[in-house]
Design a protein around this ligand. Structure first.
Ligand code: DNO
Length: 416
């Protein structure tokens, strides 16, 4: 398993030096400043590669840009409107430019309007650390009472609607503004301060797009780009919906194992793969992460390893981002399934025997609490997560564990 780390470029409060000292082997980044739909030009890709390759004092970092996350799919492509054909042509050009630069793994998502959604970006835990949280009643308070989306009340249970009403009534202007800011943080253009009317306009454009139609647009996109990726020797990997259930009346098509199985089958190529995000998928009680890895692992090209603690048993429920080995996903079983898949790939002689993963998100601890890094991407909280994951990987890969052939772990480690 290849230890990678997300970096947001020179503006990131967590530096190349920091990640190097955290012990990472490769870098995950993107040209975040290029708007979705436009081409990633060779000179810009090369510049980012140079930035990754040096430490603060100019010494070589020994690190390289290994995974592009995300090469974003434009809203026009998702809606099949406007400039969507040009955007698909541009996407193919960007893929070719990434391949020329030696970057083989490309992550993206197909979530309409939203990328990820939380109601709290710094929720205080009992030990004083903070983490990101999704609270369904707060979200409903936003949807029903702040955004005022027509019909929003019908999307929540009566109990959640009642609680949302109580919470909205207790919020002053500042609390409403703070909740709105947190929720729109994961929307495109959030940095330019989206207004509620902007959000309403984005949403209304999906009025006529059902989940079935969105899936059709997704497959049409894959039919165009996957053959190109395959020829270029690239691995595309789709990130799941986060959280993995519909929000704001928008369709969602990448939330479950069945969604992934359908998209893999629709365009059956090794270049059409998965970003298995245990944090996103794990927010739903019916997603069995170790099982998904065992069943779909041949096409898993990238892993986001993090954990959430679910606060209810329903599919759409509240959760918070727990420690990497805490939370509701059995991380040890998931890692065992990843190692078993890698063992299988070795017997097949596959080139991609070591699957890149990153410690996804982290709680803000110690100096993170003052650093003001990107929400979810602290230095020390992620370092702690990576260190714990590395410990599990090291232990499960040790001959002592491999030798316990009859145990559950030993069985999981044997190629199937
Ligand atoms: C959130 C991330 C997502 C992810 C994209 C991939 O922290 O996991 O923003 O990068 O959805 O396309």
């Amino acid at each position: 398993m290849r230890q990678t780390w997300r970096w947001f470029g020179p503006k990131d409060q967590v530096s190349v030096d920091d990640m190097l000292q955290a012990g990472v082997e490769g870098v995950v980044t993107a040209l975040h400043h290029v708007p979705a739909g436009e081409v990633w030009a060779p000179a810009q890709i090369e510049r980012r590669q140079r930035e990754v390759a040096v430490m603060r004092d100019g010494a070589p970092s020994g690190l390289a840009w290994e995974v592009a996350e995300s090469l974003p799919v434009s809203e026009d492509i998702k809606k099949q409107r406007g400039a969507w054909r040009q955007h698909i042509a541009n996407y193919k050009t960007s893929l070719a430019n990434l391949a020329d630069a030696g970057i083989e793994t490309v992550c993206y998502n197909f979530m309409p309007v939203l990328d990820w959604t939380r109601t709290d970006l710094a929720w205080r835990l009992p030990n004083g650390a903070t983490c990101m949280r999704f609270d369904l009643a707060d979200f409903a308070a936003f949807d029903i009472h702040i955004l005022g989306r027509p019909g929003a009340g019908a999307d929540f249970s009566a109990a959640v609607v009642a609680e949302a009403g109580r919470r909205a009534a207790a919020m002053d202007g500042a609390a409403r503004a703070a909740l709105t800011r947190n929720i729109v943080f994961g929307l495109p253009g959030a940095a330019e301060h989206l207004t509620l009317d902007d959000v309403r306009r984005h949403l209304s454009e999906y009025d006529a797009i059902s989940a079935e139609r969105l899936r059709g647009h997704f497959i049409a996109f894959l039919e165009e780009v996957v053959p190109v990726a395959e020829k270029l020797g690239l691995r595309l990997c789709c990130h799941p919906d986060d959280p993995p259930f519909p929000l704001l009346g928008l369709p969602r098509v990448m939330s479950t194992e069945a969604d992934y199985a359908a998209m893999l089958k629709a365009v059956d190529s090794p270049a059409n793969g998965i970003t298995l995000c245990s944090g996103s998928l794990g927010a739903r009680p019916d997603n069995d992460l170790p099982g998904m890895m065992r069943r779909l692992g041949r096409r898993v090209h990238f892993l986001h390893l993090r954990n959430v603690r679910r606060e209810s048993r329903v599919i759409a429920g509240s959760f918070y981002e727990a420690d990497h080995l805490g939370g509701d996903t059995d991380m040890v079983a998931l890692i065992a399934a990843v190692l078993a898949e890698e063992a299988r790939r070795r017997t097949e002689g596959r080139a991609d025997q070591s699957i890149p993963f990153r410690p996804d998100h982290g709680q803000d601890i110690l100096d993170d609490l003052h650093r003001r890094a990107q929400p979810g991407y602290p230095a020390i909280g992620r370092l702690k997560g990576l260190a714990e994951l590395r410990g599990v990987i090291t232990a499960l890969s040790h001959p002592l564990v491999a030798a316990t052939g009859g145990s559950a772990t030993g069985a999981a480690l044997r190629p199937t």
